[in-house]
Design a protein around this ligand. Structure first.
Ligand SMILES: C[S@@+](CC[C@H](N)C(=O)[O-])C[C@H]1O[C@@H](n2cnc3c(N)ncnc32)[C@H](O)[C@@H]1O
Length: 703
């Protein structure tokens, strides 16, 4: 299963890896027989298709779209790195430079295909490689398979939308969605989007990976949950209707179902699949995939959109899942997206395919009936259902509107994407369908959708308890149980050990000291500051969420949601040495959120020479800076401050836009409060070399 990273043994050195196989061994009779039977490509393309599976997959990466640095970085790659890499000859071979992926918007995705040896030994590529490594570490670049970038493009997320990423870990698509939510961020500061992203994964270890990844784009709009997506509980939110407050299930505008799959589309990367592939991998996942998609359909807004995707080529995990879900939820249809992202080469979804339980794949079956009548083992017969086969209405379902991406089309992995939406409002579908819908849907057809309250209702007479029945079928919209029954959180892969979330009051002493010391204006949403402990006691870190995240947290049990992370860290405790009381400082990752609320006089203006000094030394003495900066800093108190380094280009350096960073002032020295890797990345970008000291600063005690 792709989700378990099958076939890839990351920790082993290359010469010990068992999944690196010779081209001659890149054969699997079962796989070939199965896919020939599916006619996934025309017969005359078969050899080209199979040969493409045996080719080394190019390295692809994305410049993070909404980041301050996106344009700078793109220009840097285009204007500096590409020319520097254009004439590289290695062992008499001309090595091609990176190229932009044509179908990705704004030229923000790139690919190159060079042997590892070249990356290690060619000085030009070595330099480019370390640039990529640093920028990846700080979140400005995301290494991501080209095909994996496709689903979020078709999701078309806007900053105000409520989005659910049902199977999100390790989080490459989550990052893209976050970037779309933050599309209005400016060069130097982050807007707080009114929308929401819930990134969920049933594997708790992988949710932590997800949190780590998404920390690269800190967002007050993000929540991470650790639940089985096929059984995702209703989240209740307060609404006001007819002057009365009540609770309704939260509906999403966009849902991504990037479901667990057999992953055979990744065979160019996960070469273990050449040996292990067999048809039961996909057969076994079909039912879970259907249930996840059905659950998404239940949680979608009437005018919402679902993207279902897999990195498998198997119709049983793709068209069969979509067809079964559409037949079970006839209010939905496939969206024709053939004219969107037209440069992306694709093939239409299949309308006929042949499933099998025969491990050799020598026999495949046209229909479930034929399969049942076969001489195959009865045990195997029990493992497949009619849903594994094309339904009789396959054409009517417009399955050709699904997208199949094949490796030979544009030198990528294999992928499948389907875009679904509700056909028409419920009150417009014919009587028969309406009746059937009404029995399934929680909402009466003629009820106008109520407005979600953006503030937390006083009706927080509700505690954080579970308000649902044990089933996740949503209840009628106005009959949500107001009397919570304390049910235990579902046991997935272990006890849920996360800390609860507590919002601090406006008058909280720590919040007030942060506001005072940092000169934050009264417009700052202090009511959305939270800590991770039960009683809001003095904490090491303060987080901020947006309104809708707060609404969800205050009105739902965090244990029931297995809420693993919410919002983003903005302030952290800073030890200042023995005998002195700890203070709080603004974090680099939180600064973009705080920045719009800083009083103008709070920001200290500095030049590029000061930046050089800050990067060169972890704790430069105040006296090392020029007179102008010294004077500005001398009048400041000991503690957390914010500096604006003004854009400037000279012979040695190029700072293309103003940079705003946190610093710490102690008695006689200063420190730039970003971590060592961010400093190195910044140094490479501005001074074209790493001038940073090997000592780190931001985590150390400052005396
Ligand atoms: C294909 S991967 C998702 C990749 C991810 N969307 C990305 O772009 O980085 C599928 C994920 O589904 C998770 N998963 C498996 N079964 C699940 C379930 N029942 N509910 C939620 N997540 C599940 C796996 O742990 C795995 O992380």
């Amino acid at each position: 299963m792709r989700s378990k990273g099958k076939g890839k043994k990351k920790s082993q050195p290359e010469n010990e890896r068992t999944d690196i196989i010779e081209k001659i061994d890149m054969n699997n009779d079962r796989l070939f027989a199965y896919y020939r039977a599916q006619k996934i490509v025309p017969a005359q393309e078969w050899e080209e298709f199979v040969e493409s599976l045996r080719q080394h997959l190019p390295t692809t990466f994305r410049v993070a779209g909404s980041r301050q640095t996106a344009n700078t970085l793109s220009a840097l790659i285009e204007d500096i790195h590409v020319p520097a890499l254009s004439d590289v000859v290695f062992e008499d071979l001309k090595i091609p430079p990176p190229v932009q992926i044509t179908w990705y918007p704004d030229g923000l995705a790139w690919q190159f295909n060079v042997p590892k040896k070249v990356l290690r030994k060619s000085p030009e590529f070595k330099k480019f490689h370390s640039f990529l490594v640093f920028e990846t570490e700080v979140g400005n670049i995301s290494r991501q398979e080209a095909v994996s970038m496709i689903p979020p493009l078709f999701l078309e997320v806007e900053p105000h939308q409520k989005v659910m990423d049902m199977c999100a870990a390790p989080g490459s698509k989550t990052a893209q969605i976050l970037e779309a939510l933050h599309a209005r961020d400016t060069v130097t500061s982050s807007s707080i989007p009114s929308g929401l992203l819930i990134a969920n994964d049933s594997d708790s270890k992988r949710t932590h990976l997800l949190i780590h990844q998404s920390a690269r784009l800190p967002s007050p709009a993000l929540m991470v949950t650790n639940l089985d997506a096929s059984n995702y509980p209703s989240i209740r939110v307060p609404v006001t209707r007819g002057g009365k407050s009540e609770f309704v299930p939260l509906r999403f505008d966009r849902i991504l179902c990037d479901v667990p799959c057999s992953g055979d589309g990744t065979i160019r990367k996960n070469m273990g699949i050449w040996k292990s592939w067999q048809p039961m991998d996909g057969n076994g996942l079909h039912s879970l995939q259907v249930r996840i998609l059905l659950r998404a359909m239940k949680m979608l807004n009437d005018d919402g959109r679902i993207v279902y995707s897999t990195c498998s080529l198997n119709p049983v995990e793709n068209e069969a899942v979509v067809a079964e879900a559409l037949n079970l939820s006839p209010a939905f249809e496939l969206v024709d997206v053939s004219s969107q992202h037209a440069q992306l080469k694709r093939r239409p979804g299949l309308t006929s395919w042949r499933a099998t339980g025969d491990k050799t794949c020598l026999r495949t079956f046209e229909s479930y009936e034929e399969f049942l009548a076969s001489s195959l083992d009865e045990g195997v017969k029990g493992k497949l259902s009619a849903g594994h086969w094309p339904p009789t209405n396959a054409q009517a379902l417009h399955l050709h509107r699904c997208m199949r991406i094949y490796p030979h089309l544009q030198d990528t992995g294999g992928f499948f994407v389907a875009v679904l939406q509700k056909k028409v409002p419920l009150d417009q579908i014919n009587g028969r369908d309406r009746k059937r819908e009404a029995s399934k849907s929680p909402e009466p057809a003629d009820v106008k959708r109520p407005r979600l309250e953006t503030h937390v209702l006083q009706a927080a007479t509700f505690d954080n308890g579970n308000t649902e029945t044990s089933s996740n079928d949503e209840q009628p919209i106005d009959v949500i149980n107001n009397h919570p029954s304390k049910s235990r959180p579902p046991m997935l892969d272990g006890v849920f050990k996360e800390n609860p979330y507590t919002y601090l009051g406006h008058n909280d002493a720590i919040v007030q000291s942060c506001i005072r010391e940092l000169q934050i204006t009264s417009a700052f949403p202090v009511h959305n500051i939270l800590v991770r402990n039960p009683d809001g006691a003095a904490a090491k870190s303060l987080y901020i969420s947006n309104d809708i995240v707060k609404t969800i947290i205050v009105n739902n049990s965090y244990e029931r949601l297995r809420l693993t992370s919410a919002g983003t860290k903005v302030f952290a405790k800073q030890e200042v040495g023995k005998g002195s009381e700890a203070q709080f400082r603004v974090l680099g990752e939180g600064l973009p959120v705080v920045l719009p609320y800083l009083k103008a006089e709070a920001i200290i203006i500095a030049n590029i020479s000061s930046l050089h000094i800050f990067l060169e030394s972890p704790y430069p003495l105040c006296t090392r800076f020029d007179n102008d900066f010294q004077q500005k800093i001398e009048v400041r108190s000991i503690g957390s401050h914010v500096v604006r380094f003004v854009a400037e280009t000279n012979d040695d350096a190029s700072l293309t836009h103003d940079l705003i960073l946190p610093i710490w002032r102690s008695k006689i020295s200063l420190a730039l409060m970003i971590d060592k890797k961010s400093k190195s990345a910044l140094s490479l970008r501005v001074f074209s070399r790493d001038i940073t000291s090997t000592l780190s600063s931001s985590r150390d005690v400052i005396s």
